[in-house]
Design a protein around this ligand. Structure first.
Ligand SMILES: [Mn+2]
Length: 354
């Protein structure tokens, strides 16, 4: 069931169905999407802290590793890496009463976790809740708060925690929880620059700083955390940027060979995509990364009202209006051919290209 809110800010009452499910549970598992980011991880750690304070047994179980620049959250939140051989993590899912998916609204975004969640659900007692801000949620959970107006899942979790504080008439935000939420909101707003950074988001950030989040330390931990290898990859990769159609499309491909030559890792490619849109003429930017198994990971960025999530959706992906992604089950050569035509068609439809 998706809680409808029609784009308005959620009221306290809107949170009640989700709060009811969470409070009925005793063993709660929190998870986020594969290749987790600051928003997913910060939201998990913050919610875990609050639920523990309310006397719940809480486990964070993710299907992929925490990137090195977020390990400060990992230490605080005791985040476990799920893999199919980890009997402990499987056991926690099977024994849980409630699973909360954060920062994703599709089953498959849970990665290798999902079959076990489905199994636990078929056993009977597991309830699933979802809190997210991406477009087009899949109606698969018992209760879903999926609000696309929100800058970040962290903003929604902040509101949920505020609702819980009202419900229990006590304050729940410790400096640790404030730091986790601040990380979530800061990373998903591009350090408070993206269009969804409303006056409310700035006030929320101020409140979190007041409650103990160290804004400059968190910025430093998250962003000034490049390895020399990642910086080399940035230089190496950017020199290969290509512009199409009078500079309205920018394109960059990163191969496994480039990762090997610079000694960098797949997640090091995340920092590169933002540069592709830094030329004013570019309307759509695409970063393609060759995966180890031969598949191609594509990230899209766009300017203005260009819904690149629609492009991503066509290939089984999704995301936001201006930031989306998908995974092609074939090589980058083929992916590039297919996609370039599609993007031109897409821009024609949007009357960007004639
Ligand atoms: Mn997010």
């Amino acid at each position: 069931m998706i809680i409808p809110c029609y784009g308005r800010k959620l009221s306290l009452e809107d949170w009640f169905p989700l709060i009811e499910i969470i409070l009925q549970g005793q063993n709660i598992v929190l998870t986020t999407h594969e290749n987790s980011d600051g928003d997913g991880l910060g939201s998990e750690v913050a919610l875990a802290g609050v639920l523990k304070a309310l006397g719940k047994e809480v486990f964070i179980v993710n299907s992929t590793e925490v990137p090195p620049n977020y390990t400060f959250l990992k230490q605080e939140g005791n985040i476990k890496l799920f893999n199919n051989k980890d009997e402990d993590a499987i056991q926690e899912i099977v024994l849980a009463d409630v699973l909360v998916l954060l920062d994703a609204n599709l089953r498959e975004r849970m990665g290798s976790l999902w079959p076990h969640v489905e199994f636990a659900r078929e056993l009977g007692s597991l309830k699933i809740a979802c809190i997210d801000h991406h477009l087009e949620p899949e109606d698969f959970a018992d209760v879903m708060v999926c609000e696309n107006y929100a800058s970040s899942t962290g903003e929604l979790v902040y509101d949920l925690i505020t609702a819980l504080e009202t419900h229990f008439s006590r304050s729940l935000v410790t400096p640790l929880i404030a730091s986790a939420l601040y990380t979530a909101v800061m990373t998903d707003t591009g350090s408070f620059r993206f269009p969804k950074t409303t006056p409310y988001v700035y006030r929320l950030a101020g409140d979190l700083v007041e409650k103990g989040a160290d804004a400059s330390l968190i910025y430093d931990l998250v962003y000034n955390s490049l390895t020399p290898q990642a910086l080399k990859l940035l230089g190496y990769a950017l020199s290969g940027i290509t512009f199409y159609d009078s500079g309205s499309i920018s394109w960059l491909f990163i191969s496994q060979d480039m990762l090997k030559a610079t000694g960098s890792k797949l997640f090091d490619t995340d920092l590169i995509v933002k540069y592709l849109l830094s030329v004013p003429s570019v309307q759509v930017a695409i970063l393609m990364v060759e995966m180890q198994d031969g598949r191609t990971k594509a990230s899209f960025r766009s300017r203005g009202a260009l819904y690149v999530n629609q492009l991503a959706k066509k290939y089984g992906g999704g995301g936001h209006m201006n930031a989306a992604g998908c995974l092609f089950p074939f090589s980058s050569d083929r992916a590039q051919k297919v996609l370039l035509e599609d993007i031109r068609e897409f821009l024609k439809n949007q009357e960007i290209l004639s």
